[in-house]
Design a binder for this molecule. Structure first.
Ligand code: HEM
Ligand SMILES: *[C@@H]1O[C@H](CO)[C@@H](O)[C@H](O)[C@H]1NC(C)=O
Ligand SMILES: *[C@@H]1O[C@H](CO)[C@@H](O)[C@H](O)[C@H]1NC(C)=O
Ligand SMILES: *[C@@H]1O[C@H](CO)[C@@H](O)[C@H](O)[C@H]1NC(C)=O
Length: 320
């Protein structure tokens, strides 16, 4: 009996340790008492922002990814550079590319008015990402909450942790593995490229130089993305040629048809180990949706600050 309860205690503490490390204390009802209208406030503002500009839903979803992959989902991507502080906004994957900061400011102001000093910018990003997916016709899920905001940022980590569009399959797999995400999570999360746009500079080499590409597709893209580097670098093209503002599985249908826009997109269906997953999602929207939700929740669990760590920023752009 004594050894049984001893074993049970040991098991309990192992479980507690595991939970403490990998899932912290995030929970969907974290603000139930402290900010009961939080979800409807964020949802209303995300809806307005997307009504003003459809692309904004994609931009908000991407912001959450770029937050979570750099030392965890801690709002670090939102911090402005100052003469005394180097943020992440000018890191290679973010500069002249990530957007939506003004919308986050508006949402944060609305939330502060209702519940001053209570809700983190990191959680606002997580809720806004989910609401954007829903608003563009994608699935709904419960967002785990209780993250706090970092008092630090890392330009170096932003440069090295967010995979570039030149990545091959093994590079993609290892960059997600470094975040505790599986190959299946990686493929499912890449389905976020069913919405939003990319600049010519990110796909020029793909449409002019690569073989694993549908020629009708590459010819469609060339007029607005000249082959000469420096010309039309910032010209935009939809990541999903079929339904660019609808959150569906057509990204995977495109990959099977060799119509992935980025090199890193087509790498998921290029004769390698992830071909079967892409094939599955292209034929089975429910499989994609189910795995996307699982992976978004896992991504949202990356190294959150909880308890007394970090702070609840008043303004998402600066430390208190
Ligand atoms: C698999 C590795 C990934 C790579 C290499 C990658 C790369 C890129 C690139 C190069 C762009 C275009 C940026 C520009 O031209 O300014 C882009 C856009 C975008 N990415 Fe990713 N991405 C990846 C994963 C993800 C994930 C996991 C998400 C979200 C869950 C995501 C969401 C988006 C969205 C929604 C856009 C469009 C943003 C907009 O229109 O403002 N990406 N990505
Ligand atoms: C990150 O990348 C940017 C753009 O390439 C570069 O200017 C900056 O020096 C890099 N920062 C660090 C800390 O590596
Ligand atoms: C992927 O890229 C890395 C780094 O450039 C390279 O070492 C590796 O051989 C590439 N893998 C494949 C399968 O092409
Ligand atoms: C397709 O994906 C779903 C969700 O991950 C999985 O349950 C199912 O077994 C997969 N089907 C095939 C044929 O791989």
């Amino acid at each position: 009996m004594a050894s049984f309860s001893g074993l049970a205690l040991t098991l309990l503490s192992v479980v507690a340790l595991l939970l403490g490390n990998s899932h912290a204390q995030l929970t969907p009802n974290f603000y139930e008492d402290s900010c009961p209208d939080l979800l409807s406030i964020v949802q209303a503002q995300v809806e307005i922002a997307i009504k003003n500009e459809k692309r904004m839903g994609a931009s908000l979803l991407r912001l959450f990814f770029h937050d979570c992959f750099v030392n965890g989902c801690d709002g670090s991507v939102l911090l402005d550079d100052t003469p005394a502080f180097v943020g992440e906004k000018n890191a290679a994957p973010n500069a002249n590319s990530v957007r939506g900061f003004e919308v986050i400011d508006v949402i944060k102001a609305a939330v502060e008015e209702a519940c001053p000093g209570v809700v983190s910018c990191a959680d606002i990003l997580a809720i806004s990402a989910r609401d954007s997916v829903v608003q563009l016709g994608g699935p709904d899920w419960q967002v785990k909450l209780g993250r706090r905001d970092a008092r630090t940022a890392s330009q170096a980590a932003a440069n090295s942790s967010i995979p570039p569009p030149t990545s091959n399959l093994s590079e993609l797999i290892s960059s997600y593995a470094a975040q505790g995400l599986s190959v299946q999570d990686m493929v499912a999360l890449s389905g976020a490229h069913t919405i939003g746009k990319a600049r010519c500079t990110t796909f020029r080499n793909r449409i002019y130089e690569e073989a694993n590409i549908d020629s009708f597709f590459s010819n469609t893209r060339k007029p607005n993305c000249p082959g000469t580097p420096g010309q039309g670098d910032d010209n935009l093209a939809p990541l999903d040629i079929q339904t660019p503002t609808r959150f569906d599985n057509s990204y995977f249908v495109n990959l099977v048809a060799r119509k992935g826009l980025l090199h890193s997109d087509q790498a998921l269906f290029n004769g390698g180990s992830t071909d079967t997953i892409v094939q599955n999602y292209s034929q089975n929207p429910d499989a994609f949706i189910q795995d996307f939700i699982t992976a978004m929740i896992k991504m949202g669990d990356i190294k959150p600050l909880t308890g007394c760590s970090g702070e609840i920023r008043t303004n998402c752009r600066r430390l208190n």
